[in-house]
Design a protein around this ligand. Structure first.
Ligand SMILES: O=C([O-])CC(=O)C(=O)O
Ligand SMILES: [Mg+2]
Length: 611
């Protein structure tokens, strides 16, 4: 292929284009293409692998001039498709699949062949595409990731790579532009447990939201899966499993492995590289969050991202009920990353309102596998001691609800159906608008469904869930569940942090994100029972949180980029991923390895002499 390209270049070919027909770029330096295109009508020496790589491939949208000058004329049919026609083609294909996994598979192929086209489609169809590339379908896809595997989508680092991780990191094709990494070790994928190297699907999905919602160019992003083995025996026996069939690394060996990874990342990509931890098992998630607190620019989405969305929802309930949060009785079910993150942020919020720690935790109850968290329990984790109540032991959640009469219940237990009819009815008997949050993902793990929440509460529940639920018709009213998902927090927080090149991510930015999020529904929408924005608004949410976070980081001395607060909006918009195609002639020209176009004569000198 490449051989023919070079020979092709040697032939000076004139196209039938006049100067006025040259495409002009909508962004960047318009002179770049004008001068080159106008001064040389010959073909452009860009390897075909580059022109047709996922980054530059426009499929049937290549113009005739591009096809001719890039020497791809004839490799595609005559039709030159417009944006609308391309979208129609993808939509038609997308809907032709009968299952969500089929759609996921189709979108993966699209991304791998045509990156910009893929993001055009995702960006235009957030509401229908998010449930495929993100929760819930991505969870199912991770369970069969080996079967779906279709080439490079992120970096896999295994326990055998210890000692040379820098080398592995620099194998990433876009190593010169990486600014953020989403890393998982696959041990707690959503509520699905240990999926080992299949967890790569989650890192990929999260980073696609960086681009689709926050406009961060994909070239700056690198999904990573740390393959430290898996304790999932089913995967060991799965002939299509893509990872190591060993037990997980443990103890010091495991920690040293992740330490080396962190150090190799900043040495390879710089100290300001943002490192997003995703779906680590709870104890490890907290351990790394604390261990690296003052050393790296990192956050844990399951703890801190969920906390923003959880607190944002609680602030929304406050708007609906017109009752301050401190007067609500809030019951948390579960004691994993999500609950602990929300607890911490909620306590911070209440203390910032002037409450003492004791007052702040007074109305907050915790229920986990051992029952209600009481002072009688032995070995309470240190950060939960303050929440333990001096009360008799209660084993069942239903009994606990009867005893403490919560106005809000928040579950992140991966225990489908935990919020029973009895619980919801009991809450409704005591409160006009009970708040019900079922955070567990994917949908099949939800603590209750939207339908159950509305039915058992006679339509009074303010219901939100981590995964999307469709609206429910109840007594002639259409009730729309809220989506209490991190996708309303992490894209914006990351956008703001990256914009200013911060070297750390203080807790305050997650509190800020929660407050910003709670302000999205209008007063009218709040009247109608809405506490979260609609998924269609997720881009706007990311942008506004991004701007607020960037300004906070600048104003509080965390920013390393010299950027004034007043210039943040402008900076973010200018650096946003361009969804529209530029001219392929100019775009591929920017291909980093390409030298400036040599003169034909200089090139011809290199050709073998004719005998
Ligand atoms: O990925 C999601 O949808 C939310 C999340 O982080 C999790 O459930 O672990
Ligand atoms: Mg997660």
């Amino acid at each position: 292929m490449s051989f023919f390209r070079i020979l092709n270049f040697g032939v000076t070919r004139r196209t039938s284009m006049s100067k006025t027909e040259h495409p002009s770029r909508s962004d960047g330096n318009p002179n770049l293409i004008r001068t080159r295109a106008a001064s040389t009508h010959d073909t452009i020496r860009v390897p075909i692998e580059v022109v047709l790589s996922e980054k530059y491939n426009k499929a049937l949208a290549f113009t005739l001039e591009e096809r001719q000058r890039l020497c791809i004329h004839g490799l595609m049919p005559a039709c030159v498709r417009s944006y609308e026609e391309q979208m129609l083609g993808i939509e038609t294909n997308f809907h032709s699949f009968q299952t969500n996994v089929g759609r996921y598979r189709y979108l993966r192929a699209l991304r791998q062949g045509y990156e910009r086209l893929y993001f055009q489609f995702v960006s235009k169809n957030i509401k229908i595409v998010l449930p495929i590339i993100y929760t819930p379908t991505v969870g199912l896809a991770c369970t069969i990731y080996g079967m779906l595997y279709r080439g490079i989508s992120g970096l896999h680092i295994t326990k055998h790579d210890r000692g040379h991780m820098k080398q592995i990191l620099s194998n990433w094709p876009m190593r010169s532009t990486v600014k953020a990494i989403c890393v998982t070790d696959g041990e707690r994928i959503l509520g699905l447990g240990d999926l080992g190297a299949n967890g790569m699907g989650i890192s990929v999905g999260k980073m696609e939201l960086y681009t689709a919602l926050a406009g961060i160019p994909p070239s700056k992003l690198m999904p990573v899966c740390l393959d430290v083995g898996t304790n999932n025996k089913t995967l060991h026996e799965d002939p299509l499993y893509i990872g190591l069939r060993d037990e997980r690394l443990k103890g010091d060996e495991y920690v040293c492995f992740v330490d080396e990874f962190m150090e190799a990342v900043v040495q390879t990509f710089g100290q300001q590289t943002l490192i997003h931890f995703e779906d680590f098992a709870t104890p490890n998630a907290f351990m790394f969050l604390n261990r690296y607190r003052n050393c790296y620019c990192h956050f844990n989405d399951d703890i801190q991202g969920t906390a923003s969305v959880g607190l944002g929802g609680l602030l929304g309930i406050q708007r609906i009920t017109k009752k301050p949060l401190e007067e609500h009785v809030i019951l948390f079910a579960g004691a994993g990353s999500a609950v602990m993150g929300i607890l911490y942020l909620l306590k911070t919020e209440l203390i910032s309102r002037g409450l003492s720690e004791e007052e702040a935790v007074k109305n907050i109850y915790i229920y986990d596998q051992e029952g209600a968290l009481t002072t009688r329990r032995k070995n309470i984790p240190e950060n939960l001691i303050v929440f333990a109540k001096d009360m008799k032991k209660i084993k069942s959640l239903e009994k606990l609800v009867e005893a403490v009469k919560p106005s809000i219940i928040m579950g992140a237990t991966s225990s489908a159906g935990l919020f029973s009819e009895k619980i919801i009815r009991s809450m409704t008997a005591n409160h006009e608008r009970p708040g019900i949050f079922a955070f567990s993902n994917p949908t099949a793990k939800s603590e209750c469904t939207a339908e159950q929440a509305y039915q058992y509460s006679d339509g009074k529940a303010i219901f939100s869930a981590g995964s999307p639920f469709p609206p429910v018709e109840f007594n002639g009213k259409r009730l729309t569940p809220g989506q209490a998902n991190n996708c309303f927090a992490f894209p914006g927080v990351v956008l703001g942090t990256m914009a200013v090149m911060a070297e750390s991510m203080p807790d305050e930015i997650f509190l800020l994100a929660a407050h910003m999020l709670s302000k999205f529904p209008t007063d009218e929408e709040v009247e109608g029972g809405r506490i979260y924005p609609l998924v269609d608004q997720a881009k706007d949410v990311a942008y506004k949180i991004g701007v607020a976070v960037a300004k906070y980081l600048i104003d509080n001395g965390f920013a390393k980029r010299s950027l004034e607060s007043d210039d943040v909006e402008d900076y973010i918009l200018k650096n946003s991923y361009e969804l529209e195609y530029g001219s392929a002639l100019a775009e591929t020209w920017k291909y980093p390895k390409m030298k400036p176009h040599p003169s034909i004569a200089a090139f011809e000198k290199k050709l073998p002499k004719k005998k």
